[in-house]
Design a protein around this ligand. Structure first.
Ligand SMILES: *[C@@H]1O[C@H](CO)[C@@H](O)[C@H](O)[C@H]1NC(C)=O
Ligand SMILES: *[C@@H]1O[C@H](CO)[C@@H](O)[C@H](O)[C@H]1NC(C)=O
Ligand SMILES: *[C@@H]1O[C@H](CO)[C@@H](O)[C@H](O)[C@H]1NC(C)=O
Ligand SMILES: *[C@@H]1O[C@H](CO)[C@@H](O)[C@H](O)[C@H]1NC(C)=O
Ligand SMILES: *[C@@H]1O[C@H](CO)[C@@H](O)[C@H](O)[C@H]1NC(C)=O
Ligand SMILES: *[C@@H]1O[C@H](CO)[C@@H](O)[C@H](O)[C@H]1NC(C)=O
Ligand SMILES: *[C@@H]1O[C@H](CO)[C@@H](O)[C@H](O)[C@H]1NC(C)=O
Length: 578
């Protein structure tokens, strides 16, 4: 065993012993870290000065080194002033903490699904050098974030006599951002990724294209964005993508691209009208039944599964996207096929009148693209619709579970169970818990729903997924509800989602934060305390503090309570079950 490996194990063992010996004295110690660490021990809450020449000592690793520059700067300059004075002893004459030494056992493993994210952090009460040990660079980045949250004040002080052993409950902790309905600049995306990393969220699911605009520059199909974007200023070039992917890696965040198809593709018609059915038609013609809509919302267009040209273009897109995004997951969308849109096409009409079905048309589409994506060494992620839709879906034989992950958004835990029962790995994005855009009403114009006599029941505000999901709704959702232990193993984790019909950079931060932080903690260390009781009361105070710290870091997270509540912990709680 190499010396460093031996040291690492020895250190783990000693720290583990310390932990066992002192755990009972500390389960209720306040620790202002978000997400809350899985296990920590801080028997005598104390803080020491942080040396003005504080340093981080680390093995060399391309992304970890970038993370260290980021965190060293943050740690030395943040000077966070807690809203509530921490309950710790501090003496400016205590020996200062001079350095943090990082040990990484495996410097080779790239950032990918399931990578070992475990880290331990020991900050001695005697000052000197703290140690952060992790299996991979990615776990070490999480340890740096935790360390940064244990530093506060001006001059800086740092928690001391503390030991943490931390690792996530779920390996997939993501956020979906839709950049098609409205455009976000590269800086907005990077700020979002930075905030994700600070919350130990590790997957930025980038819903890049949709019916409304096609902002991604595809080198082999440049007209898709030159004609299908909102304008030459509202595109993502290959250099922009590289910048975002690299930025993600230095914050522990994978960037998973989604090119939604065959639905949600109206914007492709600007360059290739011949491969898109029902493009630029009115989404819900006057006098027609709701079932005869051409789109789920304004912005029509589906790729035509029966036109060979569709696959020429789409395979060029897929091949370029795979080159732009090193990430092993590829999200193919495949949600919300609207029958009316395909039925508007003459070739599909004759296919149907010859006995074909829309589900067969979708199977043709999946069979013509899925094996191609797999041949490029990618695991395919689709929305659950491809398999669970009431009307148009494919046979599971087209979607071998070893290459397929399905993302659920309907019917809460019921659909999660259906998917795992069929043997699929699942990402949970249940709309009634995890959709961050909900609660802003409907966006269609001329909406008589809002012109009702006073006293009419406002219901959910006229939005299919209203009401607004509060941070506590998100925090308390148990994504494996109703599953056996065996079934729960197929649940990889979850993703909150911001669909952008009514969002753009002006509201991005406040729609995402701190509500995404609620999911981040629930998936990292759970939403219950050691006794198995939901811990939303304790979390309220910590989340207030964390939201305030995020704001100081440049994330315009919305408040969750009046400042008075923050300064008077517990006084805004209810002590009655409601
Ligand atoms: C702070 O130190 C005093 C005196 O040593 C001790 O009585 C007290 O319990 C300590 N407080 C905490 C929070 O550790
Ligand atoms: C992750 O790494 C830690 C530290 O090396 C190790 O103890 C643990 O067994 C690893 N976990 C897995 C699942 O390999
Ligand atoms: C396929 O992807 C895996 C990661 O998912 C990687 O380890 C492997 O090297 C890749 N194989 C090829 C041939 O690129
Ligand atoms: C799925 O395909 C298999 C094999 O072709 C077939 O036996 C089965 O009946 C199909 N299931 C459905 C629901 O169409
Ligand atoms: C799609 O592929 C599956 C699995 O190979 C096959 O059973 C099915 O018949 C194919 N469907 C169509 C419409 O080609
Ligand atoms: C889930 O299924 C149960 C039992 O069939 C049903 O009562 C409940 O309404 C369903 N929940 C959702 C969100 O669809
Ligand atoms: C507004 O909606 C009404 C029906 O509710 C319709 O008759 C009218 O044409 C619509 N006006 C516009 C401008 O779309």
């Amino acid at each position: 065993m190499p010396r460093s490996a031996f040291h690492f194990k020895l250190q783990l063992f000693i720290t583990f012993l310390t932990f066992i010996l002192s755990q009972s004295s500390c389960s209720s110690c306040p620790i202002n870290v978000w997400p809350k660490p899985r296990t920590f021990s801080w028997p005598n809450p104390q803080a020491n000065p942080l040396s003005p020449s504080f340093q981080i000592i680390s093995p060399s690793h391309f992304y970890l080194s970038k993370a260290i520059s980021h965190y060293l700067n943050l740690i030395n300059t943040e000077h966070h002033l807690p809203l509530v004075r921490p309950f710790v002893n501090f003496s400016s004459s205590s020996p200062p903490l001079r350095a943090l030494r990082i040990t990484v056992y495996d410097l080779v493993t790239p950032l990918q699904h399931g990578v070992n994210e475990t880290y331990t952090l020991t900050i001695p009460s005697s000052g000197g050098t703290a140690s952060l040990a992790a299996q991979t660079a990615w776990g070490a980045i999480w340890g740096l974030e935790t360390f940064s949250q244990l530093v506060w004040g001006s001059p800086s002080r740092v928690a001391a006599g503390v030991y943490l052993l931390d690792k996530p409950l779920f390996p997939h902790r993501g956020l979906v951002l839709d950049t098609s309905r409205n455009y976000y600049g590269v800086e907005d995306i990077k700020r979002t990724i930075m905030a994700m990393g600070a919350n130990k969220m590790n997957v930025f699911h980038w819903h890049i294209t949709d019916s409304h605009s096609f902002p991604l520059v595809i080198p082999s199909e440049p007209e898709l964005s030159s004609k299908g974007s909102y304008g030459s200023e509202m595109v993502y070039t290959p250099d922009d993508v590289k910048e975002i992917v690299e930025f993600g890696l230095s914050h522990g965040v994978r960037v998973v691209p989604e090119i939604d198809s065959p639905g949600h593709t109206g914007s492709w018609a600007e360059a290739y009208p011949e491969i898109v059915t029902c493009a630029n038609m009115f989404w819900w013609p006057a006098g027609s039944d709701s079932l005869d809509k051409l789109a789920a919302e304004p912005g029509t267009g589906h790729l035509n599964p029966l036109n060979p040209k569709t696959y020429e273009v789409l395979k060029n897109v897929i091949a370029d996207v795979v080159k732009l995004f090193p990430e092993p997951f590829y999200h193919g969308g495949a949600d919300e096929i609207i029958p009316g849109c395909w039925k508007a096409d003459p070739a599909i009409q004759s296919f149907l009148s010859n006995g074909g079905t829309l589900s067969q048309a979708l199977e043709t589409f999946v069979n013509s693209t899925f094996p191609f994506i797999v041949s490029l060494n990618r695991t395919v992620v689709y929305w659950e619709d491809v398999f669970l839709d009431d009307l148009i879906k494919v046979n599971s034989s087209c979607l071998p579970p070893e290459h397929t992950i399905l993302q659920t958004w309907n019917n809460g835990p019921n659909n999660t169970k259906k998917l795992v029962d069929a043997g699929y790995r699942v990402i949970v994005s249940s709309a009634e818990f995890y959709y961050l855009d909900c609660g802003h009403g409907d966006f269609v114009g001329n909406n008589s729903r809002y012109n009702q006599p006073p006293g009419s029941d406002p219901g959910n505000g006229g939005s299919w997924c209203g009401p607004f999901k509060t941070w506590e709704t998100i925090y308390n959702y148990d994504i494996t509800y109703g599953l056996s232990e065996e079934e729960a193993k197929l649940v990889l984790g979850g993703e909150v989602a911001l669909w952008s019909e009514q969002a753009d950079p002006t509201v991005l931060d406040s729609r995402l934060w701190p509500r995404s932080s609620a999911m981040a903690e629930a998936l990292w260390s759970g939403n219950k305390d050691e006794k198995g009781v939901k811990r939303y009361a304790e979390a309220t105070d910590r989340l207030n503090e964390w939201r305030y710290r995020m704001v100081r870091r440049g994330i315009a997270a919305e408040p969750i309570q009046p400042l008075w509540c923050v300064r008077n912990p517990g006084m805004c709680n209810t002590v009655h079950p409601i």
